[in-house]
Write a protein that binds this ligand. Structure first.
Ligand code: MG
Length: 299
């Protein structure tokens, strides 16, 4: 069985880095991820640079990377102004995002969930008219740092609205990394029934060590697409204490060993992980990267 991996490290990962990462390093990282065989990469965000200065170089990154025709590069677009920048980017895909809990949505997008729908609808309409694919993210599906438990009806409503706008795939986020497999099974069984597995992807965090277990549970529930981040970079800048997208190296190692096809070459992926770890100058959370570098140091 094939599992698709959406690499989100250059955006979801790096956006949490306090120290500015050099544009040339971002470009080199993305080129290495392409060489590792990743076919879907979220490379940056057209968010206001005042909100996330780390990604202010979106245009330069997009100008600098090689763009092979068989790789889909994507960028996050938070609003109509972001879409103005995306229009010039030549990207085949953009991604929209909002939360399944109102407080997180207000902290993240500065408006209520209800106020967010028409804005995203307008962005989606423009992108689709330009021939772009539109992906959607729902944050806080499995828990909110401000509200705690999030009713499944919230996630169902947001997923429904996004698909109605013409989004082809909705990525369900455990933004603060609180989900356990039991909850993942309960939520996904319902959402897969409502929207089909082909429209859904899983975005898990390993904040509390349940990330890969949640992936396996999601595969059992029918999901075949997962977001992950090189080295395990990233978390959520608006969720206090939250850290750690699942690492792409850990995900690929597990899926390889279980006989799933990802199209990703683990050796080359580890080169990308080692590269960005060196650039950032600190040990990254990926366990497979750690094991690889420790074994290499022994040789
Ligand atoms: Mg994330």
């Amino acid at each position: 069985m094939n599992i698709q991996i959406v690499e989100v490290g250059p955006r979801d990962g790096l956006q949490n880095e306090k120290e500015k990462v050099a544009t040339t390093a971002k470009i080199a990282l993305i080129d290495k991820l392409v060489r590792a065989g990743l076919k879907r990469i979220e490379v940056t965000s057209f968010v206001n640079p005042r909100w996330i200065p780390q990604l202010a170089d979106a245009e330069e990154v997009l100008r600098g990377i090689k763009r092979p025709a068989d790789v889909i590069f994507s960028a996050l677009v938070p609003n109509v102004r972001g879409m103005e920048r995306a229009r010039e980017s030549g990207l085949a895909e953009i991604a929209l995002f909002m939360s399944a809990s109102d407080t997180h949505n207000r902290k993240n997008l500065n408006r209520s969930m209800e106020e967010t729908f028409p804005i995203l609808r307008e962005v989606a309409r423009e992108a689709l008219a330009l021939g772009m694919r539109v992906r959607g993210y729902v944050s806080t599906v499995f828990g909110c740092p401000y509200e705690g438990a999030v009713p499944i009806d919230n996630s169902r409503r947001v997923t429904h609205e996004l698909l109605e706008m013409g989004v082809y795939e909705v990525s369900l986020g455990d933004t603060i990394g609180v989900a356990t497999p039991k909850q993942v099974r309960e939520v996904l069984e319902k959402l897969v029934k409502d929207f089909t597995n082909e429209r859904l992807a899983g975005h898990f965090h390993d904040t509390r060590g349940t990330g890969l277990a949640n992936v396996l549970t999601a595969i059992d529930a029918g999901l075949q697409t997962f977001d992950s981040s090189i080295g395990g970079l990233g978390g959520c800048p608006y969720a206090p204490g939250a850290a750690g997208n699942i690492s792409t190296e850990d995900l690929v190692y597990m899926l390889d060993g279980m006989g799933y096809e990802t199209g990703v070459n683990l050796e080359r992926l580890l080169e990308a992980g080692a590269f960005i770890q060196q650039e950032l100058g600190r040990e990254l959370p990926s366990k497979v990267l750690k094991a690889h570098l420790a074994a290499k140091a022994e040789q």
